[in-house]
Design a protein around this ligand. Sequence first.
Ligand SMILES: NC(=O)c1ccc[n+]([C@@H]2O[C@H](COP(=O)([O-])OP(=O)(O)OC[C@H]3O[C@@H](n4cnc5c(N)ncnc54)[C@H](O)[C@@H]3O)[C@@H](O)[C@H]2O)c1
Ligand SMILES: [Zn+2]
Length: 343
Amino acid sequence: MLKKTISFSSSKTTCYFDASFAQIGKLVEKDRSVFITDQHIYDHHKKHFKGTRFIQIPAGESFKVQYIVDQIIDQLISFGADRKTTLIGVGGGVVTDITGYVASVYMRGVPFGFVPTSILGMVDASIGGKNGIDVGNYKNLIGVIRQPGFLFYDISLLQSLPIEEWVNGFAEVIKHAAIKDAALFRELEKNSVNTYRKDKGALNELIRKNVLIKTGIVQKDEFEGSERMLLNFGHTLGHAVENVYHLPHGHAISIGIKAACLISEELLSFKETARVTSLLQQYGLPIDIPVDFGKVIEIMRMDKKKMRDTMHYVLLEKLGKAVIKPIPMSHLEKLLYSIARAR
Ligand SMILES: NC(=O)c1ccc[n+]([C@@H]2O[C@H](COP(=O)([O-])OP(=O)(O)OC[C@H]3O[C@@H](n4cnc5c(N)ncnc54)[C@H](O)[C@@H]3O)[C@@H](O)[C@H]2O)c1
Ligand SMILES: [Zn+2]
């Protein structure tokens, strides 16, 4: 187990890499903790919850909502949970987001930590302290920024993760490499999802690198002034495509990354679009679907990164170096339509 402490503006998160679930008893007192997980993870990893107090929620994004928060709170009350109780979210981004949120509001805040169980959870959702829930069609509308006390990485939990969720998570891994780490990009080019599924050493190292990329960005800009916006690479168009076509998140982001590369070619003379798109395909991600840009632009107009009539778009100067470029909406629409015509 490798320990690394990361400092944020007013708190610290301790990361435990290459860890094994059985060691968690060394970090927290089990009788002062409540584990929160979802049904899929519980079904696959029952043994880890034996002898613990745990709460199981149904699996899936549609349960990252207030009435599940209320149910969790009812169960915490029935366990007699108090301000010294640590909540531990064991799951993908849905479980960790909701656990962090409950921990931030229950008794005005109790300690919490995460054991992420999906690739996306490990490299992205568990990191950075954004914890929240959805309201109707509005994703992550309600929430807080509060850092977990610990992040605990046991990659053996990934053995039960369905292959399509591995692929989804790799969209964020490729995003990290494209915006911050050209060497990681070259490493990814030499490998595939299957290499990492089979090679524990390579996977542990990959997770560690990605955690450090995201924590590095969050440390510089915890409350999203500018640097943290780099993590939106591929997400401006991606979220709109996800919203219109109900694609898996990683697929939508992959399409968004391609579009951001093409815009980067146009505005910043970026030269490596072909390398990025072939890497996305190498990891099983789509780069093209017939997109109705009219509908997608309508959704983008409501995007929170749009200030007045200008969209703050994350673009690449080169591999490993992203910048935020303000683009007037009218110009952006022309660029997107010309991308659509060129397809
Ligand atoms: N807080 C943040 O900064 C942040 C960042 C990115 C994403 N998110 C949020 O994360 C969520 C997406 O995360 P996700 O992709 O992990 O989704 P998820 O939690 O829904 O997990 C995806 C599916 O995989 C299953 N699963 C997870 N781990 C498993 C395992 N080890 N074995 C078997 N099944 C397993 C889950 O039960 C679920 O069915 C979204 O709600 C998104 O808004 C948050
Ligand atoms: Zn994402």
